[in-house]
Design a protein. Structure first.
Length: 465
């Protein structure tokens, strides 16, 4: 490909990237509501935010962009313990923007007021990955709303706090220390990335506070701690499924991998894929590090083609997604595309478009994968649209904590319940049970990008049957 053509394609990709407003759902914008001409800007804490500014039970909002005046009034009301006013405000805010999980969590917290409750906290990356944060919070909010609407945990409601960790391991550690020192906190959902989970996990372990990550897939988390669990399958499972599909279904044996050497998740998925392809009788001819300053999508694809590669495997993480999307554009559908779950975003559909059609991704769950589950219908009723795997697995993490709290509402009790051989709970993605390693014995779902209208981008993810 000529330098001129490469420049044109990359410029187009960059313009599309800048122009996109991603949604927590594939198609929902996360912008604040507008009332007449009155838009209230919401201050977003940055990396220098104090820990006090990073944790909220309703007295501050982490939603980026603008928030409606009525939601802001609800935040002010809950901060002054004017709970009846807060309830009215958050109820009105949800009528304006029904897919706002932060508002639903704050509403349920306001309903609890000063009454006795059991407390858990979500550790999410609002500052750096707001869409992922909202997807995770949708699952947590749905589980909280569900249990509190049905009488609570043996009569005691569930209170949920939100901590903004920016997907930064050091900040996640500081938040973990704060949560460990607060005896009211009985469990944590999160963190999001494997790096943050491994970092904060040491603090949760020393403080004997359970953390269940719905999204951290690195193989290093297996047997990492008896206080760190996850509802998402590990990269070992995802890599085996992709390698099996590549060699046995597609009948292709030569691949190259794109990954980020600075990401624990990306490194883990890449290594597991290389091993799995080898076990299937194939080979990975080259590995391309997306994090390198001199990375060139055009040069990498050209080299892969010269080496006889038939498959491009994108083990990109959130930070290197844009470079992975450049690879998709440069490839022009010539070589088969495979990818991990971090590539499962609205942005991939929006920018990849026709060039991404046919790409197969390994994800933990898809809304159409289990026709017997009632979770898709309930989530659609609550949020007004489809939710992602991040919401489903966050729902499962919260349901697991609720089930453990029903057995014994103490920190030790929660940990012992989750490790018990007879523990089980029913989640969005089936039965929830944990192995002694902290892992959940679950499979992944392969999905393919196809033309479609559900996501409102012109393209959709659908299960590979």
């Amino acid at each position: 490909m000529s330098q001129k053509n490469e420049t044109t394609i990359l410029a187009l990709a960059l313009l599309l990237t800048v122009g996109i407003v991603g949604g927590g759902f594939w198609w929902f914008s996360n912008n604040g509501a507008k009332i007449g001409n009155n838009i209230i800007p919401n201050q977003q804490p940055g990396n220098n935010s104090s820990l006090q500014d990073r944790i909220s039970f309703g007295e501050k909002s982490f939603t980026q962009g603008d928030i409606s005046p009525v939601k802001k009034e609800g935040i002010q009301a809950i901060a002054t313990k004017s709970y009846d006013k807060a309830i009215a405000n958050f109820t009105a805010a949800l009528k304006l923007n029904r897919n706002d999980p932060e508002a639903l969590i704050f509403l349920n917290n306001a309903r609890i007021g000063s009454s006795k409750s059991y407390t858990i906290v979500a550790s999410v990356p609002f500052g750096t990955d707001p869409n992922a944060a909202l997807e995770i919070l949708r699952g947590i909010a749905q589980a909280q709303n569900q249990v509190n609407s049905s009488g609570g945990i043996k009569g005691v409601p569930l209170r949920v706090g939100i901590a903004n960790d920016d997907d930064n391991p050091e900040i996640a550690k500081q938040i973990a220390s704060t949560l460990v020192s607060n005896s009211e906190v009985l469990g944590v959902v999160g963190p999001n990335t494997s790096d943050s989970t491994l970092g904060a996990g040491t603090i949760y372990t020393s403080g004997q506070l359970v953390a269940i990550s719905p999204t951290s897939t690195s193989v290093k988390i297996s047997n990492f701690s008896r206080y760190v669990f996850r509802t998402v399958p590990s990269d070992f499972t995802a890599a085996r499924s992709l390698a099996n599909y590549m060699v046995r279904t597609l009948q292709k044996k030569n691949a190259v991998v794109f990954f980020n050497s600075q990401s624990n998740y990306s490194q883990s998925l890449k290594s597991e894929f290389v091993s799995s392809v080898s076990l299937e009788g194939g080979q990975v001819a080259s590995e391309f590090d997306l994090s390198k300053a001199d990375f060139s999508a055009a040069r990498s694809v050209e080299q892969a083609t010269k080496q006889g590669a038939e498959v491009l495997m994108l083990a990109a993480n959130t930070e290197t997604l844009d470079k992975a999307l450049q690879v998709i554009q440069i490839n022009q559908k010539k070589l088969t595309l495979l990818a991990g779950d971090d590539v499962y975003t609205a942005k991939t559909l929006e920018i990849g478009r026709e060039q991404a059609v046919g790409m197969v991704l390994a994800v933990p769950w898809h809304i159409d994968s289990d026709p017997k589950s009632d979770f898709p219908q309930k989530s659609r009723q609550l949020w007004g649209g489809d939710v992602s795997w991040r919401s489903a697995l966050s729902y499962d993490a919260t349901v697991a904590l609720i089930a453990a709290l029903e057995r014994n509402p103490t920190r030790d009790g929660v940990q012992q319940a989750l490790l018990s051989s007879d523990f089980s709970a029913t989640g969005a993605s089936g039965t929830i049970r944990f192995l002694a390693s902290g892992d959940r014995n679950a499979s992944v779902q392969l999905v393919k990008i196809v033309p479609g209208s559900r996501s409102r981008t012109g393209y959709d993810f659908e299960p590979v049957r």
